[in-house]
Write a protein that binds this ligand. Sequence first.
Ligand code: MRU
Length: 365
Amino acid sequence: MKSILDYETVTLVDEDDAIEIIDQTLLPGTIEIIRLHTAKEIWDAIYLLQVRGAPAIGVSAGMGLYLLMKHSKAGSYEEFVKELEEKSNYLNSSRPTAVNLSWALKRMKAHVEKTYSENRDAGDWEDIRKVLVESMRKECELIKAQDIDVCRKIGEYGLTLLKDGDGILTHCNAGQLATCKYGTATAPMYLAHEKGYKIRAYCDETRPLLQGARLTAFELHSAGIDTTLLCDNMSASLMKSGAVNIVFTGCDRVAANGDAANKIGTSMVALAAKRYGVPFYICAPTSTIDIGTRTGDEIKIEQRKPEEVTDMWYKERMAPEDINVYNPAFDVTDNELISGIITEYGILRAPYDKAIDDLFNSKKE
Ligand code: MRU
């Protein structure tokens, strides 16, 4: 029987001018594959978390921008760029915290500029438009292919921190469903499992949207990994018991000083891990590191609807009518609580401002 890991998180179906995704709001009960065609459908799918997780959002946005420009009627390069900017701004407004969204859109726009500068004399505007559109298709497929490669490398570096028998705690879903394969926080677990290590994975349920229960526990359990689910308020006692050797989480935006925004509740896990001496690692593709944001205080945190806390998943409302609700989707883990940031280039250690600066300088060379 087909497992959830046999499905692609995001696929470009070019012949149908569509992006194909698994509707993640229906998991684990129903695996429904849906196609997104219009700008509004793509925007809604990102906003509603039908496709979610920083890297998967980036890949969807890149493919979305390509599809929205594929049949552009722009009569000149200037008009094409204006339309590109408008469509990109629209997609970028779907969620504010994960930097991979704006990263992928910027990358697609920069690629169009580069392709134009190399082909501006390649024929009349219609010929050039076709070249630009084709180059956008290749670039969004490349973003996807690179995501798989990057996650694998994060997995390999993460694996060096593991040994047979380890207990690994994770929060939210930084798994295959949040990326195009392997995940980031789950990649070391998949590789450890492949290697024959008997690891124990612990998944925080992750209130209010239950990504840990519905997605991470589903993925890891489907892979045959020994998986245990716990409510978010149980992770401190689990760490105190000695069952957890290491924590791996994903992230949505790492500031230049190493402060890391991830799913709400991550900072509580990091605080408890520090108290109980459990190493706490953030898994971050460099596309999630935002050197334009100096510290975590500058990261915009998405606020979501109160009903996610008061009503969702319950048979009846579980809070008084008109109660005030605090529902930020992310929090920022202070860099001093982080033992290391695992990237595709290796594991960054404190002081993070220097490590991140060195990494980005070496990437330029
Ligand atoms: O609101 P979500 O489900 O998109 O939040 C996802 C997370 O917080 C993940 O940990 C993060 O995006 C990293 S995914 C590799």
